[in-house]
Design a protein around this ligand. Structure first.
Ligand SMILES: Cc1cc2nc3c(=O)[nH]c(=O)nc-3n(C[C@H](O)[C@H](O)[C@H](O)COP(=O)(O)O)c2cc1C
Length: 163
């Protein structure tokens, strides 16, 4: 069934809901690291520990990540807007100069990320023009102190405490 809702209206209204921003990173079979930026990351379950994000069916970065044995969720800090712009580009070489080290399972942990969550793939569901990719958490930790990068109404922002 074709939707009667204009995509611009959908984006504009849904943009009122703020999100954090994560870089999903993985190592391909040939050893090359890859990444995509998502605002759709969420925790799912504590027992078992599951998290999820929603990659677009048209994403070329997702096509590389889904072939990997696992992935790492990197929670970006508000100082990482430039890194976010780099990793959300369509440049296949976008990860070339990004400083990182590898988790025990071999997924990339980005320098400067606030926290990281290493996962193996648990399930992938179809949902319209996206997938729901669910990961089972293998290892996780806090990485750097700081405050998160946010996305709201199409713009980047940061936390401003009310007090
Ligand atoms: C703030 C922000 C949030 C995003 N969230 C998602 C997301 O949840 N799912 C998704 O598939 N793409 C998302 N994107 C788009 C991808 O990061 C990226 O632009 C795209 O994957 C690059 O295209 P490619 O994967 O075809 O190379 C987001 C981009 C930005 C800047």
């Amino acid at each position: 069934m074709t939707s009667t809702i204009e995509s611009s209206t959908y984006r504009q209204i849904l943009g009122h809901y703020p999100t954090g921003i994560c870089a999903i990173t993985a190592i391909q079979e040939n050893g090359t690291p890859t990444a995509m930026i998502v605002g759709s990351f969420t925790s799912v379950s504590l027992d078992p520990p599951l998290v999820a994000f929603l990659p677009s069916k048209t994403s070329s970065s997702w096509k590389k990540i889904e072939g990997c044995s696992g992935f790492c969720v990197n929670v970006l800090a508000d100082e990482q807007e430039d890194l976010c712009r780099t990793l959300s580009s369509k440049d296949p070489e976008k990860f070339k100069d990004v400083p990182h080290h590898l988790s025990k399972s071999g997924t990339p942990i980005l320098d400067g990320a606030l926290a990281w969550i290493d996962c193996k793939f648990h399930d992938i569901h179809e949902a319209g023009d996206h997938y729901i990719a669910i990961g089972e958490v293998r290892e996780l930790d806090i990485h750097h102190s700081g405050t998160p990068l946010l996305f709201h109404k199409g713009a980047y922002g940061k936390i401003s405490p009310l007090l």
